[in-house]
Design a protein around this ligand. Structure first.
Ligand code: NAD
Length: 260
């Protein structure tokens, strides 16, 4: 379905980003991977994705907190694949603390990586999408882009911001062949959430299994995790012809989290 197209997936060395990169590659899309990790492990992921799906897969170590590196990520993708058709703004971090204790440096980092990076990347890819009169921008927001939780001020602020940014880009690009949507997942069991489960288990002196069940029960009517592959499938749907008039939407995939 996506043969001949090229996608940038930020933060695709792990978790949801890797799930999306895999789903897009399975549709024949060339992939520019990005994110941190052990060089050998990243090269293993890159080579496996390319071999299993017979598509071009490149990797950029761009730090999404640094706008010049974001612009270079886009330039490198254009050099490698001749253009950028799909941009998935996915890279993200978390920090959990009450506002009175929240470290300023963590606030700045979360706003930069989870929110401002999407602006810099979108600004850099849009001219390429306009040229081809086709583009798909998918912002990985969160249930926390629609509702709040205590102790996640920076994350909730950034995710609400990205939902707003999604709507503006959708309006500005509505007649350019480009769509821009946000995906708002509930709990997905990735390293980002595993860390929160471990902290909770240690703080309360309970088993990780219990901490994981409690985490789900607190927020989601549905007591299981969404998988990165399910989010990848939603991203693929948004890239397809059936979704060509879906734009500016914040699509929940959250086990009923924001239905309450
Ligand atoms: P993860 O920790 O598994 O993956 C995060 C990815 O971002 C990694 O590849 C990491 O290397 C990369 N990254 C972090 N900082 C970066 C930087 N400065 N520059 C470039 N890459 C960077 O986390 P995840 O759960 O897969 O999260 C992915 C996205 O999904 C995030 O935006 C997160 O907020 C969002 N999300 C996650 C959940 C969940 O339950 N896991 C729910 C809703 C939304």
């Amino acid at each position: 379905m996506l043969k001949g197209k090229a996608a940038i997936v930020t933060g695709s060395t792990s978790g949801i980003g890797l799930g999306i990169a895999t789903a897009l590659a399975a549709q024949g899309c060339a992939i520019m991977m990005n994110g941190f990790g052990e060089p050998a492990a990243i090269e293993g992921l890159r080579a496996r994705l390319a071999q299993e799906h017979g598509v071009g897969v490149a990797y950029s170590p761009a730090d999404m907190a640094k706008p010049p590196q974001i612009r270079e990520l886009v330039a490198a993708t254009v050099r490698e694949f001749g253009g950028v058709d799909i941009l998935v703004n996915n890279a993200g971090i978390q920090h959990v603390a009450r506002v009175v204790d929240f470290p300023e440096e963590r606030w700045d980092a979360i706003i930069a990586i989870n929110m401002s990076a999407a602006f810099h990347a979108t600004k850099a890819v849009l001219p390429h999408m306009f040229r081809r009169k086709w583009g798909r921008i998918i912002n990985i927001a969160s249930a926390h882009g629609l509702v709040a939780s205590a102790e996640k001020a920076a994350y909730v602020t950034a995710k609400h911001g990205i939902v707003g940014f999604t709507k503006v880009v959708a309006i500005e690009t509505a007649n350019e062949g480009v769509t821009c949507n946000a995906i708002c997942p509930g709990w997905v069991l990735t390293p980002l959430v595993q860390k929160q489960i471990e902290v909770r288990a240690a703080a309360q002196g309970i088993a990780e299994r219990q901490a994981s069940d409690d985490l789900l029960r607190e927020k989601q009517p549905m007591l299981n995790f969404t998988t990165p592959a399910q989010i990848g499938a939603l991203a693929v749907f948004l890239c397809g012809d059936s979704a060509s008039t879906i734009t500016g939407a914040a699509l929940s995939i959250d086990g009923g989290w924001v239905a309450q």
